[in-house]
Design a protein around this ligand. Structure first.
Ligand SMILES: CC(C)(COP(=O)(O)OP(=O)(O)OC[C@H]1O[C@@H](n2cnc3c(N)ncnc32)[C@H](O)[C@@H]1OP(=O)(O)O)[C@@H](O)C(=O)NCCC(=O)NCCS
Length: 432
């Protein structure tokens, strides 16, 4: 860890001046360490939505929202997306370094050997009504792994068991995601095949039919690999923070990750990728007038928001959106698909980027804006889009959980400023 205490911040608190140490990160980010604030002064900080709060130091991901920079363990996202295999990035995130060839072969082999899920897991689907949302199913399926592998419940799990738990989860995630898809469309499941790599296996389990041969399209495989890498981690966002918070109570890895999936589901987070396509479809059905919807997004009396625009931390551009936009063009061109929603997306982007409202508020297309168009071109139903986000984000969540556990971080438990009624006497029911 490169941070060192170099300076202090002085806070004048009701006449008392106190000094708080500064923590300086690798890229000179400055944090005021307030961990002694309450014990020294009785005061806490208040930061609703954590817009100014660093919840941890971390060695995993660096993000500069002003400059549009995203790096994992020092490697630029652009380079990883261009050159790496998704499982290499997963290893990098979880273990801190790119694997050597031997390490990679072992990692890849271990993951291929754990792809089957217990046959009893299929029974869980019997309980769900047809058409229930895949994200709700994913939450339950991941969490249910703790029932099949109870050694994961032990917070003092051996290193060997923990390692196996991590590999198991990574290996079973594509199987579970494809099961959800197959059950949804009422088709028989396709089993994993150990001769296929992670991305190929997932696409094969999703798109192959038992009745027919399926040929993997290298354009799909490459686009999917890139998409998964682009989603792999994003430091202390809503779902990663959830994973850390749940994990900090020493809940098992499966429960912690399933909580992260629940956080991702929301339309303000990963659920936005589904909402983007629904929005583009609605605009298309309404005549394709992008300007009308730009005006709606600006109108404070209209609840409409441009889905896929804006980001809590990127205030310049989302580097992932740039790569995905190009990828969307490539996939559609190669497949010869002419998707009118892509045209609407481009019109919206152009209109928003030249509009004062969006410029002033630094609202740019985010990762979800173009990813849905590629997913749809590949044949994924729109309800599966957030599941795909979760599949990509899994290594990041595992890395965040592992770092939190390895650093023996205390249970996460924020404070509050109470603003409710002061003490008052109980009034009997007949007197209220
Ligand atoms: C991502 C998001 C939740 C970030 O929220 P935030 O950091 O809390 O920012 P705020 O909601 O405070 O927005 C700041 C301003 O921009 C406006 N704004 C933010 N996103 C907007 C959008 N997508 N469309 C229209 N206006 C938007 C807000 O109304 C607010 O305007 P005001 O200052 O006049 O009140 C938000 O931009 C959003 O809802 N985007 C759409 C959902 C989405 O794509 N999420 C995926 C994120 S990867």
């Amino acid at each position: 860890m490169s941070e060192s205490i170099s300076q202090t911040a002085k806070v004048n608190l009701q006449g008392n001046e106190i000094e708080l140490p500064l923590i300086i990160g690798t890229e000179d980010e400055v944090g005021i360490d307030i961990s002694s604030l309450r014990s020294n002064t009785g005061a806490v900080t208040l930061d609703v939505g954590y817009k100014n709060t660093g919840s941890t130091t971390s060695n995993i991901t660096f993000l500069d929202g002003e400059k549009g920079v995203l790096r994992h363990r020092g490697y630029a996202i652009e380079e990883l997306a261009e050159k790496a295999d998704f499982l290499e990035v997963a290893y990098l995130l979880i273990y801190g370094e790119l694997p050597t060839e031997t390490e990679f072969n072992q990692w890849d082999h271990d993951i291929r050997r754990h792809t089957l899920v217990n046959e009893d897991m299929e029974n869980i689907f019997k309980a769900w009504p047809t058409g229930s949302h895949p994200m709700g199913q994913l939450i339950a399926m991941i969490s249910s792994l703790s029932s099949f592998y109870p050694e994961s419940l032990n917070p003092n799990i051996s290193e060997e068991d923990r390692s196996r738990t991590i590999r198991r989860l990574l290996a079973k995630m594509p199987t579970i995601c494809s099961m959800i898809h197959k059950k949804r469309i009422g088709h028989p499941l396709i089993y994993p095949q150990n001769n296929l790599n992670y991305v190929e296996n997932y696409l094969n389990m999703t798109f192959k039919h038992v009745t027919e041969d399926y040929e993997l399209d290298p354009v799909f495989v490459s686009a999917m690999n890139k998409l998964l890498i682009l989603h792999a981690d994003h430091e202390q966002n809503c779902s990663a923070s959830t994973v850390r918070l749940v994990g900090s109570s020493h809940a098992n890895l499966y429960a912690s990750i399933s909580a992260g999936v629940a956080a991702l589901w929301g339309p303000l987070h990963g659920g936005a990728n589904q909402k983007v396509i629904e929005m583009l479809e609605a605009i298309k059905a309404d005549g394709g007038n992008a300007s009308k919807y730009i005006e709606k997004a600006k109108d404070k009396d209209d609840p409409f928001r441009l889905m896929g625009f804006g980001h809590r931390v990127y205030k310049n551009f989302d580097p992932r959106a740039k790569i995905i936009k190009k990828s969307a063009d490539d996939v559609l061109n190669k497949l010869g698909i002419n998707d009118p929603t892509l045209e609407i997306a481009k019109k919206l982007e152009e209109a928003a980027l030249s509009d004062e409202y969006f410029i002033e508020r630094k609202l740019f297309p985010n990762v979800d804006f173009y990813s849905g168009i590629i997913y749809r071109a590949m044949g994924f139903p729109v309800e599966m889009f957030t599941v795909l986000f979760a599949l990509g984000r899994l290594p990041g969540w595992i890395a965040q959980w592992k770092e939190m556990m390895d650093n023996r971080q205390p249970i996460g438990r924020p404070r509050q400023i109470y603003t409710g009624p002061a003490i008052r006497p109980y009034v009997d029911l007949d007197k209220r």
